[in-house]
Ligand binder design. Structure first.
Ligand code: 6PG
Length: 240
């Protein structure tokens, strides 16, 4: 979906969040969402924490993250820290329903621990993959989303549901949910804003099929919906 600017993208994402949360609570008594880091969703988080605050079922919401930078929990670079400032500190979500990724534990322990936290509260499919009601994703100019970076094992390794691995492009460890989890979700929304994302959007949506190079091509929720919310600049390399 092509929208005029970043505010229109944030508003459309907020409108969809409200609808999906209401439907999920009606159907299953709870709403589980995996959040994105980065700057793209900041306006959305601020809207949810202000204008939309009263419309949302916070006491039935379960908040997870799609990925995390392995920095201390109090570091502004930490995805969970950022969402706390912009959104979670403004709303009445019970703290025991908020699940930041642990950025300090050893890789194996952190992976196991997060999978267990998802399986405890989310419905599971036949392979015991947790089923999110909503996954929010941003897109990097190099084509990564969450911490699924081009050419890395995160694109090809489909056996883990949570992965901690060194991202060669960053020279740093990242922790991420993986494609099997994203593709088991009921709704996936990818948001992209700005000219610098135009090439990555075009490669993902109309490039030659090379998911290892363009990881977003591998997003294909089996039973769910995939929605791209783009501003005019991010959509500028797509046909009119
Ligand atoms: C992160 C992300 C990442 C992000 C993209 C886009 O932790 O950085 O979850 O996948 O969504 O890098 O980042 P911007 O929104 O800042 O452009």
């Amino acid at each position: 979906m092509r929208l005029s600017d970043s505010t229109a993208v944030a508003r459309e994402a907020a409108r969809r969040w409200v609808q999906i949360a209401a439907d999920s609570v009606r159907a299953r008594g709870k709403f589980a969402v995996a959040l994105s880091g980065g700057t793209t969703p900041e306006e959305l988080y601020r809207l949810l924490g202000s204008e939309y605050r009263e419309q949302l079922p916070w006491s039935q919401s379960y908040i997870y993250w799609g990925d995390e930078r392995r920095v201390p929990a109090s570091d502004p670079q930490n995805n969970a820290y950022a969402v706390r400032q912009q959104l979670l500190d403004q709303v009445a979500v019970p703290p025991e329903q908020v699940f930041p990724m642990n950025s300090s534990e050893l890789a194996r322990t952190a992976e196991r621990d997060y999978l267990e936290k998802m399986r405890r509260h989310l419905p599971l499919d036949a392979k015991k993959t947790p089923i999110f009601d909503l996954v929010l994703l941003g897109l990097g100019a190099d084509g990564h989303f969450a911490s699924i970076y081009p050419g890395t094992r995160a694109v090809s390794d489909l056996s883990n549901m949570v992965l901690v691995y060194p991202v060669p492009q960053l020279g740093k460890d990242r922790m991420t949910l993986t494609l099997p989890v994203f593709n088991a979700a009921r709704h996936v929304i990818v948001m992209a804003i700005g000219e610098e994302k135009a090439e990555a959007v075009s490669n993902a949506l109309q490039g030659a099929r090379k998911p290892s190079t363009y990881p977003a091509q591998a997003l294909n929720p089996k039973e769910g919906t995939l929605t791209w919310l783009l501003d005019t600049a991010a959509a500028s390399k797509l046909p009119a």
